[in-house]
Ligand binder design. Structure first.
Ligand code: URA
Length: 236
């Protein structure tokens, strides 16, 4: 990477404004390669320079990828005037400008939401062209009749839309059925509408996997953590 102004570079990694970053620089709280830099227009190279802010090494990342275990009742948006959003749940330590959910879950759906500031990556994983599987657990009040399961597996027609083939398997017992459903596309309320067209009623929906990356079940509802580089490879 080419050199970048320190104030811009520091503010891109947190919710600190550029003028707050400049203030930190002027007050002697920023070091580059061990040397205090007070000149706010100084530049640094994120690959070859060691940048310290308030005594802590800045671990520069061009983009961030966050896994959230979304609770029910939270909207999948960056901002909302009335409702709490998935981005509101990101802790300060992971926050930075431009975060958004790469793919939405309905307000009442729980589970894996990926939050990032990388538009290109989000476009890639959401595009049906790339066929990134999204895996859900859907609970229903009664067993879904076999004829509907077959139609989902073969690519059902919903209204005037032809859906791609979905995988659907019963994974829990007949008294409280739970189906594992794997979709390769993400149409509006897709699973709700698919199950809505059967004899059964959907009682809860949870996303547990994106690509080959499982939701970290050690995350409590509402908790987030950064996705590692190795884990990122499992998504695509
Ligand atoms: N399908 C739905 O109906 N809702 C979701 O949140 C995700 C998939």
């Amino acid at each position: 990477m080419s050199k970048e102004r320190l104030d811009k570079l520091i503010s891109s990694q947190s919710m600190m404004t550029r003028s707050e970053a400049s203030k930190l620089i002027r007050s002697g709280n920023v070091k580059v390669n061990g040397e205090v830099i007070k000149n706010t227009s100084a530049k640094a190279d994120t690959e070859s320079d060691t940048i310290e802010v308030c005594g802590e090494i800045l671990n520069y990342k061009k983009h961030i990828y966050i896994m959230l275990n979304k609770p029910a009742g939270i909207v999948s948006a960056s901002r909302d005037n009335n409702e709490k959003t998935v981005v509101d749940l990101v802790p300060e330590s992971l926050k930075r400008p431009g975060l958004f959910p790469a793919g939405r879950l309905d307000k009442d759906t729980t589970g894996f939401v990926l939050i990032t500031d990388d538009g290109e990556f989000a476009h890639d994983i959401l595009s049906p062209k790339h066929h990134i599987d999204k895996t859900y657990l859907a609970s229903t009040d009664v067993l879904i009749d076999e004829k509907y399961l077959d139609s989902m597996r073969n690519g059902m027609i919903l209204g005037d839309e032809q859906l791609l083939e979905a995988e659907i398997d019963l994974i829990e017992n007949e008294d409280s059925p739970v189906y594992k459903i794997i979709l390769r596309e993400g149409k509006y309320h897709q699973i709700k509408r698919m199950i809505g067209s059967t004899n059964a009623v959907l009682t809860s929906l949870r996303r547990i996997r994106m690509g080959n990356l499982d939701l970290d079940e050690s995350l409590a509802s509402g908790e987030c953590r950064e996705i590692t580089e190795d884990e990122m490879k499992l998504i695509k």
